[in-house]
Write a protein that binds this ligand. Structure first.
Ligand SMILES: NC(=O)c1ccc[n+]([C@@H]2O[C@H](COP(=O)([O-])OP(=O)(O)OC[C@H]3O[C@@H](n4cnc5c(N)ncnc54)[C@H](O)[C@@H]3O)[C@@H](O)[C@H]2O)c1
Length: 311
């Protein structure tokens, strides 16, 4: 059977780490794509990564390109094209600059790789994935946004460190839009099945929820640019779930068609990812307080989508 083809649109910080992980996990051959003025950079990064395969013994090719024809037949596309945040910026501040980029990418992807399963990462995430789907006109099963896996990974880490327990046993779920009013669901956070509220005092939990919500900004402040290791790991988990038909239930930005009371909006909800792409949106029970937080988060997403629709 031929190896799968993974197209990475954007060869910057996340793109490079995506390529590294895709090869390390042997998900398939990689095309690392960027704009023509960055083609040499993409080619150099690809060559560097390929040389690492000679040390690590991974059988996969990595090709740098600025030619969409090289992406023909891609099984998965992961989109990081765009500009990341700088200190003091919100994700929503990026809409003006990243909107034309996502439109350009979606138009080209529609033409060259219409059958790919697409994971959008570019910010502001929920609005960019909305626009991507609108331009390509693909079913929601084929176009998903990455945010919830990353936000949940931050929540999981902070809880595990607070409790002094292994990260392996802490399970968390963060829903809603990928903004500072995302919705960490305490009801569904457990340590190997034991509700988190039995193990962690409320004041500590509140502080961890607050830190999770601003977890991206904390890193931007430290590095002067966005996180990239954890975002790449999160998207690769989603790509692996699709390519290996794992049927994982992961929090993803999914186009809602009435679920949770929302329609014509991308927002983070638990979704089953398998060979069919987004195979199911799972509706979990929410408390009144959680529903209120989700409504606030949805309103924030809608505001940015309205800007996109008006542009
Ligand atoms: N969804 C999330 O959870 C999450 C997390 C972190 C970062 N992000 C976002 O991901 C995006 C990428 O972040 P990064 O750190 O990799 O940025 P980066 O600047 O390192 O890389 C982005 C790359 O996209 C390229 N690009 C621009 N226009 C393009 C086009 N039309 N076609 C192809 N490539 C194009 C740029 O040349 C650049 O190399 C940002 O918008 C950032 O805010 C999202």
């Amino acid at each position: 059977m031929a190896r799968k083809k993974i197209g990475l649109i954007g060869a910057g910080n996340i793109g490079g780490e995506l390529a590294n992980l895709a090869v390390a996990k042997q998900l398939g051959d990689v095309v690392l794509f960027d704009i023509p003025s960055k083609e040499a950079f993409a080619k150099g990064k690809a060559l560097d990564l390929e040389q690492a395969t000679a040390v690590n013994g991974a059988d996969a090719s990595v090709v740098g390109s600025s030619n969409w024809a090289d992406l023909a037949g891609a099984d998965v596309l992961i989109i990081t094209a765009g500009i990341p945040r700088k200190p003091g910026q919100s994700r929503d501040d990026l809409v003006g600059i990243n909107l034309p980029i996502i439109r350009d990418v979606a138009g080209k992807a529609k033409q060259h790789c219409p059958d790919a399963f697409v994971i959008v990462i570019s910010n502001p995430l929920d609005a960019m994935v909305y626009e991507y789907k609108r331009v390509v006109g693909a079913p929601r099963s084929k176009v998903v946004g990455m945010a919830g896996v990353l936000d949940s990974s931050r929540f999981t880490l902070f809880l595990a460190r607070e409790l002094g327990l292994s990260i392996k046993d802490v399970r968390t779920m963060v829903l809603g839009g990928h903004g500072d009013d995302m919705v960490p669901l305490l009801t569904y956070c457990t340590v190997d099945g034991v509700p988190i509220t039995q193990l962690c005092p409320k004041d500590k939990l509140d502080a961890i929820v607050a830190r999770t919500r601003t977890g991206g900004g904390e890193i931007v402040k430290l590095m002067g640019t966005s996180a990239y290791y954890a975002p790449a790991a999160a998207a690769i988990a989603m790509a692996g779930a699709y390519l290996h038909d794992e049927k994982r239930m992961l929090p993803c930005a999914v186009y809602l068609e009435g679920e949770y009371g929302y329609r014509d909006l991308y927002m983070g909800v638990p979704a089953v990812i398998g060979a069919g792409g987004v195979e199911e949106v799972v509706e979990v029970e929410l408390t009144d307080a959680e529903q209120e937080m989700l409504a606030k988060s949805a309103a924030s997403v809608q505001k940015v989508v309205d800007i996109v629709k008006a542009s």
